[in-house]
Design a protein around this ligand. Sequence first.
Ligand code: HEC
Length: 261
Amino acid sequence: MKKLLLVSALILAPVFALAAGGSNVKLDNIQVDATNHESLQRGMQLYVNYCLGCHSAQYQRYERAARDLEIPADLMMEHLVFSGQKIGEQMTNAMDADQAKGWFGAPPPDLTNEVNLRGADWVYTYLRSFYVDESRPYGVNNVVYPNVGMPNVLAEVQGIQRKGCGQVPMVDDSGKTVFDTLTGKPMTEESCEVLLVDEGTGEMTPAEFDQAMYDLTNFLAYTSKPYLQESKSLGVKVILFLLFMTVIFYFLYKEYWRDIH
Ligand code: HEC
């Protein structure tokens, strides 16, 4: 029994370590949607334009993405495949890991499985949580991933985001919103950890930027589980097949036992 406990503790240890690694920041919740091809297409476009230069997605092939996201092959080649790659190739880049480590302190990891590793809420919140911090080498820090080596590559799109003071929803120790018992309205409190974008500094409005980061996260959720849609529709077919076979076997059973009773 003791051995069993020890073994299960060892197996679970990395899971807890990973969960603890993300600090105690409250993550914004999103529902990824593998059937929303328009969102996935926009997400892929953002990925190849802003991320692929540093982060490969080496377990994802362009061709497979073209098929799953319903992007015609010629449009894929024209707008999404750069650096002379072929459509059957994986989404790699020419970044040298050792050199990158020198530049950023850590090489940019491959992101094909990032959503499996961290969760969609984490990635979505991370991408919207860069803020100005002059003490960091690239002048930015991140609330979700403190002291991250990644520069804020989306600064011109989002605008300049800083920590400032403002009202935030009040939460109790378990992270639930506190409501005013008299009015029933959510209570707020003053905080100087609020992320605010300097007005007019970004190409997108905050709402547009949130949507863009949703699309990008949705795309990374797809590369993490490219078979999800297929397995869902296959699951339905398998269950229908089993139901059909149950009927056949029922009659077969009747047939076998007919003369015995
Ligand atoms: C200029 C290079 C560069 C670009 C472009 C870039 N990143 Fe990064 N990114 C990094 C580096 C370096 C790290 C690792 C930082 C570390 O570990 O401190 C990183 C880390 C990350 C992580 C956290 C990985 C982890 O440890 O779990 C995510 C998620 C991420 N990047 C997403 C993106 C996305 C999405 C884009 C495109 C919008 C992007 N990055 C563009 C350099 C880059």
